[in-house]
Ligand binder design. Structure first.
Ligand code: NDP
Length: 238
């Protein structure tokens, strides 16, 4: 947290998994945190404002921001975390498998970032963190859709960084490797073993370890357009 002023933070998909760990980190820092959810609300007693929002719907995104702004003021830290996978080998992948994954993971981030930047430009300050994946950097079989969407976030962040120029608004990417959440629990034991074989840390990441990188970027003013891998060394830095 910069100084003693609580920031208005919005985390998409902050009801569970990595998003919830990120939201908790900001609450611990004294910030005012809004999380979006579609199905289940976050656990009670977390000191989070929970707002229903599907990031594939621009109107729901706008409404979520309005509720966050009404309760906590203009959003100054955005974490675009909502994501999902729909793995299939290319020849079996339907167009819907591809476009739905892109719509949530990439276009969803575009929708929330565009909505957030409006207020950040007015305030002259903002931090945007996009949750990508090591799949963006290395690819993975069965994930042409997901890898393309997550790689798209890197180009998006770098283009936006240049658009924002000298303003105090940053856009960076965090690229987790395999992390203990519902998403990774869907992997087969073979997929898990293979991923761990190429991970020097020899274990999966914890959601709190992704939150560490996000918290750093939310405080950093001179780190821009960067991709920070949180992958136990699997990509040896990238
Ligand atoms: P989970 O499957 O545990 O949670 C996914 C979150 O995204 C949920 O909050 C879910 O909401 C939300 N979400 C999915 N689709 C939408 C949508 N259309 N609109 C709004 N919210 C949506 O995943 P993780 O916590 O593991 O993943 C968080 C992020 O980290 C994702 O972007 C993922 O791609 C990325 N990541 C995860 C890795 C891992 O190993 N776990 C590795 C690398 C990257 P709801 O509960 O309502 O479904």
């Amino acid at each position: 947290m910069t100084g003693t002023t609580a920031r208005s933070v919005l985390v998409t998909g902050g009801n569970r998994g990595i998003g919830l760990a990120i939201a908790r980190r900001f609450v611990t820092a004294g910030d005012r945190v809004t999380v979006t959810y579609r199905g289940e609300e976050p656990p009670a007693g977390e000191n989070l404002l929970a707002v229903r929002c599907d990031v594939t719907d621009g109107e729901q995104v706008d409404q979520a921001f309005k509720e966050a702004e009404a309760a906590h003021g203009e959003v100054s830290v955005l974490v675009a975390n909502a994501g999902f996978t729909q793995d299939r080998l290319l020849l079996r992948m339907t167009e819907d498998d591809f476009t739905s994954v892109v719509d949530t993971n990439l276009t969803g981030a575009f929708r929330v970032a565009r909505r957030a930047v409006r207020g950040m430009l007015r305030a002259g300050h903002g931090r945007i963190v996009l949750i990508s994946s090591t799949a963006a950097l290395h690819g993975a079989p069965g994930q042409t859709n997901y890898a393309a969407a997550k790689a798209g976030l890197v180009g998006f962040a770098r283009a936006l960084t240049q658009e924002l120029g000298a303003r105090d608004i940053t856009c960076n990417v965090v690229a987790p490797g395999l992390t203990e959440t519902d998403m990774s629990r869907a992997l087969t034991p073979e997929q898990r073993r293979e991923l761990l074989r190429t991970t020097p840390a020899g274990r999966l990441g914890r959601p709190e370890e992704v939150a560490d990188a996000v918290a750093f970027l939310a405080g950093a003013g001179y780190v821009r357009g960067a991709v920070i891998p949180v992958d136990g060394g699997a990509g040896l830095g990238h």
